[in-house]
Design a protein around this ligand. Sequence first.
Ligand code: G3H
Ligand code: 13P
Ligand code: ZN
Length: 309
Amino acid sequence: MALVTSKEMFAKALNSDYAVGAFNVNNMEIIQGIVEAAQQENAPLILQVSAGARKYAKPAYLTKLVEAAIIDTGVDICLHLDHGEDFDICKKCVDDGFTSVMIDGSKHPFEENIKMTKEVVEYAHAHGVVVEAELGKLAGIEDAVNVAARDATFTVPEEAAEFVAKTGVDSLAVAIGTSHGAYKFKGEPKLDFERLKAIHALIPETPLVLHGASTVLPEFVAKCNEYGGDIPGAQGVPEEMIREAAKHGVCKVNIDTDLRLAMTAEVRKYLAEHPADFDPRKYLGPAREAIRDMVAHKIKNVLGASNKR
Ligand code: G3H
Ligand code: 13P
Ligand code: ZN
């Protein structure tokens, strides 16, 4: 049992029909809920930490909590930096013991993105750490209705091939119509699967990553709203689309919003039903269980990653 890179996880997932879940973590209850689910399902696991999470929890706490989860459960975990914006934060995470980092140069021009990614790849690889990069901009399909607009935002397959060849990056996040948060689609959910297939055909050995992949599970949105929340019109990526993406090179599926919704729904419900309680364990306990059950469901029924460890 150890902190591991995603290399072996992706090698196994690449030419299969399942994907590895990458879950964002910010505190102890979130980590415990996710890791318990992975243990229960005997699934490979990536825990990822954003710059915001590092700032909120302080870096040492998250690293130590993940190490504690490994000791407690015996589950191997890949500890990944999510959306690193520059070399500096990637280097800090490599130096802190992360086994994987993302350098997100997607907002920069193509050549600049290549340059930034190459620099991180050089440093990370020299320290046994793997690197994810991103090409294209995450935006809902309603922001890119015509072909020209899509080419301006979504990942261009030929560019993806050139990018991977020039940077030596280990995995690539692609833009095919998903977006972060709880409001992904205004109308019918739609992803550009033809584009995904074209990218996978050009770089079949490169594990692809799907950001913005939460389903925004209606039961949690409804529960939030029932107990005082105000989250109207939230919509995510349907579960069958995630399953489909896993068949075409997507090896890593990023989930944060669904964790936030599961946790908030349970906390809201508990506090609304027990207004006299003020022991945080009373409401964080059920929240942790809700996360565990939701992650187990995803691993088993959506990602198809049960028993793939
Ligand atoms: O991609 C974004 C993740 O959901 C992390 O969000 O930057 O608010 O921690 P955050
Ligand atoms: P969601 O907002 O869909 O959960 O996406 C999370 C993500 O992509 C983290 O990098
Ligand atoms: Zn993301």
